[in-house]
Ligand binder design. Structure first.
Ligand SMILES: Nc1ncnc2c1ncn2[C@@H]1O[C@H](COP(=O)(O)OP(=O)(O)OP(=O)(O)O)[C@@H](O)[C@H]1O
Ligand SMILES: [Mg+2]
Length: 239
């Protein structure tokens, strides 16, 4: 079943087409990797899908509903949730408070929101920091908090923007494992990442963007051998 259908999606910033006529269909339950050079439009695509930016033209259909131009709150309410490349938790608030704010969108009572937040915090293995101010977390902890805030919104489709950036290799493996678990629990994932080992380990299909457009889309092993992808992004050494 199709969960997300994107038709001819375009975003122009005073003449620059950051996202240009993108068509992509995401099946319920899949894990779609997205790669491409800096400035390719990956984050902008997420902002268009999740409602942080209105598209210049094109259409986004999620779970059978045309959500084009919906504000972020309403999109998240429908089950499409993104994380941010630049994380921005409320630093003076504790981990629990930060996640509870997100959980409140799904649970009206404070108690229920708190209980749900605690479950999510356990799930991302942040329990030892539950009462710590978010600003005191190390980078890997901030990444887990960013995941927890997204999960507290109970996404059906989760857009992950460089959740591994800034982590040393030893810190990446447990986060990759966590992403696998989240996906195994039935969450559909779109995963923007520059760490190719993680992209190849997780992606069932791979979309390559360059200059706002789709450069290639398909089986990850085939896509990374595509000469245009090697030229635009991966380089001869990787191939
Ligand atoms: N709010 C904005 N106003 C003007 N230009 C923007 C804005 N946001 C992004 N851009 C431009 O749009 C293009 C795409 O940017 P975007 O952040 O989507 O790329 P990206 O693929 O996520 O890159 P990276 O891998 O570096 O995160 C870039 O040229 C960027 O400078
Ligand atoms: Mg980006």
């Amino acid at each position: 079943m199709t969960l997300l259908q994107v038709d001819q999606l375009t975003k122009s910033f005073s003449g620059l087409r950051a996202v240009s006529d993108v068509d992509v269909t995401v099946t319920d339950g899949e894990f779609l990797g997205i790669i491409g050079p800096n400035g390719a439009g990956k984050t902008t695509l997420f902002s268009l899908l999740a409602g942080q930016l209105p598209p210049t033209s094109g259409r986004v259909v999620f779970d059978g509903q045309d959500i084009t131009g919906w504000p972020a709150d309403k999109v998240a309410g429908a089950g499409l949730v993104r994380t941010f490349q630049l994380m921005r938790p409320f630093e003076s608030m504790s981990v629990l408070e930060n996640v509870a704010v997100a959980a409140h969108h799904r649970h009206r009572s404070r108690r229920a929101a708190r209980r749900h937040a605690l479950e999510v915090i356990e799930r991302v293995r942040l329990a030892e920091y539950v009462h710590a101010p978010s600003g005191s977390l190390p980078t890997a902890g901030l990444k887990r908090l960013e995941l927890a805030r997204a999960l507290a919104l109970e996404p059906r489709l989760l857009l992950l923007d460089e959740v591994l950036a800034g982590l040393v290799p030893a810190e990446r493996a447990p986060i990759i494992e966590l992403l696998r678990e989240i996906h195994a629990d039935g969450v559909t994932v779109m995963f923007v990442e520059h760490i190719m080992a993680a992209v190849m380990a997780l992606s069932e299909r791979l979309l390559v963007m360059a200059e706002g457009q789709e450069l290639a889309l398909g089986d990850p092993q085939e896509v990374i051998r595509d000469p245009r992808v090697v030229e635009a992004y991966l380089g001869e050494d990787y191939a």
